[in-house]
Design a binder for this molecule. Structure first.
Ligand code: OAD
Length: 229
């Protein structure tokens, strides 16, 4: 099995901005202002509007060659994508198994009953309600909130022959800690033009310091070497 952990960098060449490449601001906002329960409590209008704009921006972009390549790997391998991204570009590219650690832009949920989750492609209004009469919020995991899919992701990674990490600064926990779940016999491949310093439990770490779409030939060669020696 190939586990793939992706971050904002894989969507950068599709036109979605990353979080930490623009002076700590996300589309002009302090991340804590728009991605924390405190920010939501203080100014729900601003936060809601922010995600409405992100949702609209998502309708204007397309998966890039890196998303497409990962989807094409399914022809030969069992590929499990674990993404920190809230866009749906992996799904648009055709990947069939995508775990969204930090939620999804195209979903909203009840503020009172978190299991009431709805597909949502339009703008959300603060007056929109769940079927039980409570307000809705973006289905995004904000800072300080639980990341309920971490154990599922950890289990996938621990069973994988290859862990491929693409376009993440590995600064946000617990997602960043997932790299330590790789089996010592697995190979870890990390693609990022400005890779973070990493220490992994695996004995074999390959860093490709390139943009996602520019790394695909190197990646193909490396995967062939590892999986078909
Ligand atoms: P970051 O913005 O922290 O990191 C993006 C990474 O992508 C950086 O290491 C860049 O060097 C790299 N990068 C930039 N362009 C690239 C390209 N063309 N190809 C490959 N890599 C490229 O984003 P994340 O690590 O995803 O959480 O951030 C993790 C979490 O922090 C996000 O999921 C989000 C954020 O706050 C929530 O919203 C809860």
């Amino acid at each position: 099995m190939i586990a793939v952990l992706t971050g904002a960098g894989i969507s950068a060449e599709s036109g979605l901005s990353t979080f930490r490449d623009s002076g700590g601001l996300w589309e002009g906002h302090d991340v804590m202002e728009v991605a924390s329960p405190q920010g939501w409590a203080k100014n729900p209008e601003l936060v809601n509007n922010f995600y409405n704009l992100r949702r609209r921006a998502l309708q204007r972009v397309k998966p890039n060659a890196a998303h497409m390549y990962l989807a094409s790997l399914e022809r030969n391998y069992n590929v499990q994508i674990i993404t920190q991204n809230v866009d749906n570009l992996h799904e648009q590219a055709g990947s069939s198994s995508v775990l969204h650690l930090h939620g999804e832009l195209l979903k909203v949920r009840s503020t009172r009953y978190p299991d009431l989750v709805y597909d949502w492609t339009d703008d959300l209004a603060l007056t929109d309600l769940c079927e039980r009469g409570h307000s809705l919020r973006p289905d995004i995991v904000w800072f300080g909130e639980d990341v309920p899919l971490i154990p599922v992701a950890a289990s996938i990674i621990s069973k994988s022959r290859v862990l491929l990490i693409i376009g993440t600064s590995l600064q946000v926990y617990p997602a960043a800690g997932l790299m330590h779940c790789a089996n010592p016999d697995a190979s870890v491949i990390y693609i990022d033009p400005q890779p973070a310093q990493t220490q992994v439990s695996s004995r074999s770490l390959h860093v490709i310091p390139k943009k996602a779409t520019e790394s695909l030939e190197d990646l193909e060669d490396l995967l062939a070497e590892i999986l078909n020696p």
